[in-house]
Ligand binder design. Structure first.
Ligand SMILES: C[S@@+](CC[C@H](N)C(=O)[O-])C[C@H]1O[C@@H](n2cnc3c(N)ncnc32)[C@H](O)[C@@H]1O
Length: 306
């Protein structure tokens, strides 16, 4: 069961109206999509995209929802295939769903034993086990520093241990990776927060396996191009790098000129296309976090096309 995060906050700000045409770029358990589908009604429609074939095969939560198996990095092409432009609303709720997290066969959780897969689309790409086997030490360390947000010393130590361990035997299960990481974290005074660090390590590898930041980078400009004037783009992120990417994109696209400040006149000709509706990212209330701990790191940003 997946509880949609920041649902009321999202609906309040995007205000879905009857007849609207919407893309939910990350359908997941369909929580956000179903709420929006009910508000846009019979005259409206919601196209739900998910790269996970199991999600795309599921029964849509409402009759006016259609599901498509695809990566949202290709949203422009998908919209073309569905004859969609001039959209009223595009939403993306990044990362994985509780349904995926809770399935041990997917390998997303350090709390359950399973194959170290972590692919959101299990039909393609390298698994986390393959990535850990093949990546150079420097690349592993970079992933642990940037994606898992470990301080350099920890990233270095964990990389060393992973490299030593994989020379002995392939690291193919969640339990193996968690056990290696625990050896490092147990040495530090923050050992009580071990689960937080393990979650970061697993999240970091998941981001790398699925090239999630790259997909988001491709998605944002295409989504903007598909909106009609007044249409809204809403993104919920769970990682500081994702949130920064969204924030910077919104800032950039809400400015007229992007020339360096020392240029006396504008040479770029860039024109603002967005109006940012969330000056600061919207965060979940304490009550929501109590009910759904996954919501803890959620950040919602919304912008409107001019
Ligand atoms: C947080 S869940 C979405 C939950 C959904 N909003 C709900 O209320 O049930 C994220 C979903 O997006 C999918 N996903 C993540 N990255 C994607 C991408 N680049 N393209 C398409 N789907 C993606 C995942 O497979 C997952 O099902």
């Amino acid at each position: 069961m997946h509880l949609p995060v920041l649902l009321n906050e999202l609906l309040n700000i995007v205000q879905p109206q009857p007849g609207m045409v919407v893309i939910d770029a990350t359908y997941g358990g369909g929580g956000h999509a179903a709420a929006i589908a009910r508000l846009v009604g019979e005259q409206g429609k919601v196209i739900g995209i998910d790269q996970d074939p199991q999600v795309a095969k599921s029964q849509p939560a409402e009759p006016n929802i259609s599901l498509v198996q695809a990566n949202f990095a290709d949203i422009g092409q998908i919209a073309q295939e569905w004859n969609l432009d001039q959209l009223d609303l595009i939403i993306a709720d990044l990362g994985f769903s509780s349904i995926q997290l809770d399935d041990p066969k997917r390998g997303f959780s350090f709390q359950t034993e399973g194959p170290l897969d972590m692919r959101l689309n299990q039909a393609q790409g390298r698994t986390a086990a393959e990535l850990i086997k093949q990546a150079e030490a420097a690349e592993l360390e970079r992933m642990l520093r940037t994606y898992a947000e470990l301080v350099p010393k920890l990233a270095r130590q964990l990389t060393k241990l992973i490299v030593q361990a994989r020379a002995q035997a392939a690291i193919t299960t969640t339990e193996q990776l968690a056990a290696i990481a625990r050896q490092i974290f147990a040495k530090y005074p923050f050992a009580k927060k071990e689960n937080k660090y393990l979650a970061q390590v697993f999240q970091g590898f998941r981001l790398a396996v699925n090239q999630e930041l790259e997909a988001l980078n491709k998605f944002l400009p295409q989504a903007l191009a598909l909106l009609k004037p007044g249409g809204k783009l809403a993104v919920i992120s769970f990682h500081s790098l994702e949130d920064r990417l969204v924030k910077r994109f919104f800032q950039q696209e809400s400015r007229d000129c992007l020339c360096p400040p020392n240029y006396p006149v504008c040479r770029c000709g860039h024109q603002a296309q967005l109006q940012v509706l969330t000056k600061k990212a919207i965060q979940p209330t304490a009550a929501e976090i109590m009910q759904n701990s996954r919501a803890r790191s959620a950040r919602l940003r919304v912008a409107k096309k001019r």
